[in-house]
Design a protein around this ligand. Structure first.
Ligand code: UP5
Ligand code: MG
Length: 346
């Protein structure tokens, strides 16, 4: 087999806002027959001029592929139904750019459309995510271990706390409410939390092809769990839970250590006490529920970072890409494990 053969093009592209109904819409991997250009570039199915290419989903475009790369103009190009060029962008990117504005060509209409790449056909429902819940008291190392699993093992780390903080910073309709709960060390209402979570997971799957998720700090209460059931269905198999067990004095020491640089409004002795009370009152019942269903992997999180990470890695093994699991530690992982200092902020 030719090891240089391109991987099959399985990406979908959505074009919107072009002001041309015939350009807006879904583009699917090109079915144009294989060719060889004058310069000798071979185009196989799904590829054109050596790069991935797309046809309109309705198959009506006169020129196929309708979204393709031109080696002679070094640009990505989107054409109209009649084959005329509408938009282009000069670059050598492997995929059509989604982060820059396209140039409006003669037969285009300003402003240029936005281009979104999907890892799964947006007309079909998404594949089922593979989820592991990660719970533990404030400072038990949830964030640290989930970041390690993300950097080192390819999992997607979703910290409910971080997602809520980002949502607050975005300043939308729920920002003030989120702020009120976080500073009080209380739980943000379910409607907000689960909506943010679902939106984030779907985007990670569609736009980045991610299906392995670590949910750091979720479900924080039985009420959260109800929200989960409402969104993901009661019949779906219950995810596994990793529980980070750690005594209060160790947690407090870690939080106060982190307070020096974290900038978090809840990293202080008073908020810490409230967070811990909330943890005991609201979160421990979820842990009990999972224990009763034999769904908990207990991790002694009072140990050093490397020992905790070894346990976490082992428990995620079944779903981790073995190639990633075997790779040497990245610099970021070494920092997370405390084996290398973080660079000084200038
Ligand atoms: N550290 C980590 N592991 C260590 C180890 N093994 N040995 C020595 N040191 C270790 O770690 C804390 C500190 O300890 C760090 O300095 C680390 O280097 C060191 P970290 O990984 O940050 O711990 P983590 O468990 O993530 O602590 P965090 O403070 O983030 O936990 P919380 O659960 O309190 O905070 P979270 O961000 O999840 O939530 C904040 C608030 O958001 C909540 O109080 C609540 O108001 C709201 N929220 C909701 O309402 N709903 C949700 O579902 C989630 C959050
Ligand atoms: Mg955290």
């Amino acid at each position: 087999m030719n090891s240089n053969a391109p991987k099959p093009n399985t990406l979908f592209i959505e074009v919107s806002g072009s002001g041309l109904p015939e350009v807006d819409g879904l583009f699917v991997p090109s079915m144009a027959p294989a060719t060889e250009s004058e310069s000798g570039t071979v185009s196989s199915l799904g590829y054109w001029n050596g790069k991935r290419a797309w046809d309109r989903a309705d198959g009506k475009c006169e020129r196929s592929p309708a979204l393709s790369y031109s080696n002679s103009y070094t640009s990505w190009r989107i054409c109209r139904l009649d084959g005329h060029l509408a938009y282009d962008i000069t670059c050598k990117d492997e995929l059509p750019p989604t982060d820059r504005e396209w140039h409006v060509y003669k037969k285009g209409v300003a402003p240029a459309p936005s281009v979104v790449i999907h890892h799964f056909d947006p007309r079909q429902s998404l594949p089922k995510p593979n989820v592991v819940f990660v719970l533990g008291g404030p400072g038990s190392g949830k964030g640290t271990m989930c970041s390690l699993a993300e950097t080192q093992l390819g999992w997607t780390h979703l910290s409910m706390g971080d997602l809520l903080r980002t949502e607050r910073e975005a300043g939308g309709a729920t920002a003030a409410e989120i702020e009120k709960y976080i500073t009080a060390g209380e739980l943000v209402p379910n409607e907000i939390t689960v909506t943010v979570l679902k939106r984030t997971m779907e985007a990670a799957t569609r736009l980045h092809g991610k299906t392995n998720f670590l949910l750091d700090g979720f479900p924080r209460s039985l009420d959260n769990m109800e929200g989960w059931y409402e969104v993901f269905g009661r019949e779906a198999e219950l995810p596994e839970m990793l529980y980070f067990e750690c005594p209060y004095d160790v947690l407090e020491q870690r939080i106060l250590g982190r307070a020096k640089y974290s900038g978090r409004s809840d990293d202080n002795a008073e908020s810490m006490k409230l967070r811990f009370d909330t943890f005991k009152a609201k979160t421990l019942p979820t842990l009990e529920l999972f224990r009763s269903k034999n769904k908990v992997v207990e991790v002694d999180a009072s140990q050093g970072r490397e020992d905790v990470y070894a346990l976490v890695k082992k428990s995620l093994e079944a779903y981790t890409d073995p190639q990633l699991a075997a790779q040497p530690l990245t610099e970021k992982s070494e920092m997370l494990l405390g084996l290398r200092p973080y660079p000084k902020k200038s």
